[in-house]
Each structure stands twice: as structure tokens, then as C-alpha cells.
Design a protein around this ligand. Sequence first.
Ligand code: NAI
Length: 335
Amino acid sequence: AKEPLRVLVTGAAGQIGYALVPMVARGAMLGPDQPVILHMLDIAPAAEALNGVKMELVDAAFPLLKGVVATTDVVEACTGVNVAVMVGGFPRKEGMERKDVMSKNVSIYKSQASALEKHAAPNCKVLVVANPANTNALILKEFAPSIPQKNITCLTRLDHNRALGQVSERLKVQVADVKNVIIWGNHSSTQYPDVNHASVKTSSGAKPVRELVANDEWLKGEFITTLQQRGAAIIKARKFSSALSAASSACDHIRDWVLGTPEVVFAYFWVSMGVYSDGSYHVPAGLIYSFPVTCKNEEWSIVQGLSIDEFSRKKLDATAQELSEEKSLAYSCLQ
Ligand code: NAI
């Protein structure tokens, strides 16, 4: 039998946490034969709610779940963890300045970075979900220098999955038959969902999404804006964040990273992940930026050599620009 892996979920008493922990305990993140020990962190005002979640995890009698740590102590939460899913953060409240929200999150991610660096298992993999996700991940990277930079990522898989969903709805095809959309850049309203390399499996072979949609106006307009605003549309409808789909996508992100993306002969199958830029596609190095990646042997690599047309170039640059500004704002909060 496999040794259990320890999975940290911060903000575990929140909306996403509540949807995520049962998925992890059922094997949706690390596979159906991988036992897990859940570490759940939240802050003092949520301690009682967190304990309620722990009670429910006991009651659900998940066979793969070998233990639960529910705590408000960051060190206890981070100790020995193999995977860290960072969902806790400070939300933007009405009337708050961007800088004030950034400042709160910078201080949270700075201190949690130090705790992870000192106490997590070697080679711990980190996924930041809490917004501003890319910049929180960057701060975490800066303050956990001994964690390999390749191990620190942020979630854009939800946007990627949403793009697959929109294409599938539009073309009335199965979502599993759509592949290789790309989310470039920031997990924000400047993200660029790109279908220029996406295809659909049909009875007569793979067909480009562009050709099947045959409506550039939709692809360059409504498709992009729908995705950029999807999070807000769900909050409007549900009065809460898109917790179910965020939790499910977080599982997809870690699962593909750890177990590998499907290998396809003479073709690619990629997913989108927010990762530390090495300058690929002329994206400034030193930003956490969403790229198309394949994963093998527990490592991601950016898919190289994709053609970028002029329309796309502008979009890639605009979202990079926003991330550079976020980075400066975050650094200004450190002083
Ligand atoms: P929520 O407000 O329901 O839960 C957040 C939880 O984090 C709360 O229980 C809170 O007490 C806790 N928390 C706050 N500060 C903390 C700290 N320092 N340490 C540990 N826990 C702390 O929010 P929800 O809906 O679960 O969303 C969580 C985050 O995920 C938000 O920042 C949201 O914007 C983001 N998000 C990101 C998505 C993505 O695709 N990257 C998609 C949807 C949401």
C-alpha cells in the first residue's frame, strides 16, 4: 500500500475549501489509490466552522482519508505537507482600494511562504488559488527561496476548463472531445483565452476549433469576454464564488502535474497553468504567467513553438503588462 501524502488546504472553512476537501479525500486530486492526510488551515474567526468541516470529513468515512489536521496554526498546518493548495486570502470588500487588498495578501503570502519553506516536505508542490492568484504565487516564491521555483504555480485551469466548456456548448460537441485551448497571462479580466491551436475530435479526425466555429467575430469578442467575466457572472447568480468548479479545477491542476498530462503520439495535449516565466513567448521573465504546459515525471514544461498572430500578441502583452503592474504594487507593499 502507498504511504499517505499530506495535502494542505488553506482557507479550508471557506466556499472553495468546503467543495475541495471531499474531492481530495475521494482521490480526485492524487488518484484513487493514493491515501491522503488532509491539513486544513483557517483563521481564528473561522475555527469553529473549520471544526465543523472536520466533523463532516469523519462522518463521510472516506476510505482514502488517513487523517485530518484542522488548525489555525500556520506551522502545524504546513508541517510535512507534500501538496499545498492555497485558497485562503483577504477578499476585496466594497470601497477598498486595490493597494489595501494587495497589502493584506502580500503579508499573508509572505508569512505562509516562510512557514512552507521551513516546515513542508522537500519538493512540496504549491498551487495558489486565492486572488490575486498570480501575484500571491509570486510573493510566495520570493519568500520561500529554498522551494524550487518550478514547484510554485497558480490556478488558471478553471479558466482553461471554462474555455473548453464554452467551445463545447457553442459547437454542441462533447467537452471531452475539445482540446488544447490556452489561457495566457493573469487570472483576471485581462486573461487571454486562445483557441488558435484548439481542436475537436470528430468522426473524420481532429478539426480546428476556428474552422468549426467559423465565426471570428464570436471568437474574438463574446467568447473572450464571457470567459473574462465568468467568475463575476457566477457570483451574481449564486451570491457566492464559483467554488465547485474552482475546486474541481484545482484537483485537475494537481492531478495532471503529479500524474502527467496524457501522452499523444505525433500530437500534443496540453493544459494551462500559471507558472514562473522563463521568457517564453516574449513574456517577461520573473512573472507568474499562465502558459500551455505538458507534464511528465512530476514536472511541467511550457509548450514551445506555437505561432502567435498579431491579435494574440497584443493580448499576451496586455495581460503581461497588468501582471508587471501588480508585481510593482505588491513590491511597494513590502516597504
Ligand atoms: P471564502 O471567503 O469563502 O473563503 C476564504 C477562506 O480563507 C475563509 O474561510 C477565510 O477565513 C480564510 N482565510 C482568510 N485569511 C486567511 C489566512 N491568512 N490563512 C488561512 N485562511 C485564511 O472564499 P472562496 O470563495 O473560498 O474563495 C477563496 C479565494 O479563491 C478567493 O481569493 C477567490 O477570489 C479565489 N478564487 C480563485 C479562483 C481561481 O480560478 N484562481 C476561482 C474562484 C475563486
